[in-house]
Design a protein around this ligand. Structure first.
Ligand code: AKB
Length: 314
């Protein structure tokens, strides 16, 4: 395997924190550079650079300094935060992506990873087993920026031959890193509150079904996509990517098997609207066929593992 130097933009975030660990294990500690617009809360060791993705000169400086061969561009505002500041979200999510794509072409970066989301779908997309190619009418600024981003990724692949790969992440559930500003975040908070207080007030209605995935699967799948032979990939926008789907009531019932006294209440807020515009479940057949994607964690396995790990934080 040729030597790779990998830059993660947004390595303090929910996905970035875990990718940094896994990529360092796979590619060598010193070959993976973490970066974010602020210092991590806890030192992560190894190479770390402060980068605002809107500052193209700074990005170029770091990419040249390390002779970066791969970039994982994760810096973005998620659905709920983006809705509070739509113009700032559009600027960060789109201009940040352009800066990365343009520098990748100029500096001949070998591969780029950019995360898309189930938020690219909308109320007129099929709700269940939403296919890879279908009606896409996102209603959140986050979803609009992800759909536009997908189109630009495809465009840079076609026009410049840039090897860009992308996944439409469902809600991600993790114990090492906290989510921030998303609609699916309830599925992480619920574990910490169940263990600390025995109760949780959910900001979605009890029957709001959404596609979800355990972080271990998401990280493994992401790296597998990045390592797949280019000629196996049939899409350069975003692959549908799925593992499980459930409602808050179903998740609470599974948690109650371990914490019988756990009580969930519901107080839906504006995030309900965003969730209702998204699919309930996803058909990821093409990812499974193209690069062999296969999830390992279903909902019961995820709950067991989350509770075992989250107990250490209480
Ligand atoms: C969010 O809730 O905004 C994200 C997503 C589904 O992309 N987790």
């Amino acid at each position: 395997m040729s030597k790779e130097t990998i830059l993660i933009l947004g390595s303090n975030g929910q996905i970035g924190t875990e990718l940094l660990i896994s990529l360092r294990a796979a590619y060598g500690y010193d070959n993976v550079i973490g970066s974010d617009f602020k210092q991590p809360n806890e030192p992560v060791g190894g190479h770390f650079e402060l980068i605002d993705v809107l500052d193209s000169d700074r990005l170029r400086e770091v990419m040249e300094k390390y002779k970066v061969t791969q970039v994982y561009h994760l810096a973005a505002l998620l659905s709920a935060t983006a809705e509070q500041k739509p113009k700032a979200a559009w600027k960060l999510n789109m201009e940040g992506l352009f800066n990365v794509l343009d520098l990748a072409v100029e500096l001949k970066v070998k591969k780029i990873f950019w995360p898309s989301s189930i938020a690219v779908f909308g109320p007129n997309s099929p709700k269940y087993n939403t296919p890879q190619n279908t009606v896409m009418d996102p209603k959140t600024i986050y979803g609009i920026s992800k759909l536009a981003g997908e189109k630009f990724c495809d465009y840079y692949f076609l026009k410049h031959g840039l090897d860009i790969r992308s996944i439409r992440y469902p809600g991600l559930i993790s114990y090492r890193s906290a989510p921030g500003g998303g609609t699916t975040d309830y599925a992480v908070h619920i574990f910490h509150e169940a263990l600390a207080k025995g109760k949780y007030e959910c900001f979605l209605k009890e029957d709001t079904m959404l596609p979800m995935m355990y972080m271990d699967d998401a990280i493994r799948g992401t790296i597998e996509l990045m390592e797949a032979p280019a000629d196996k990939l049939s899409t350069r926008s975003g692959y549908n990517f799925s593992a499980m789907h459930f409602t808050p009531a179903e998740l609470a019932a599974e948690i109650k098997k371990y914490i019988p006294e756990f009580v969930i209440t519901y107080n839906p807020d504006e995030r309900q609207k965003y969730a209702e515009s998204w699919p309930c479940s996803i058909d990821d057949m093409i990812a499974r066929k193209d690069w062999g994607w296969k999830h390992q964690f279903d909902m019961p396995a995820m709950v067991k593992d989350m509770l075992e790990h989250c107990r250490n934080f209480v």
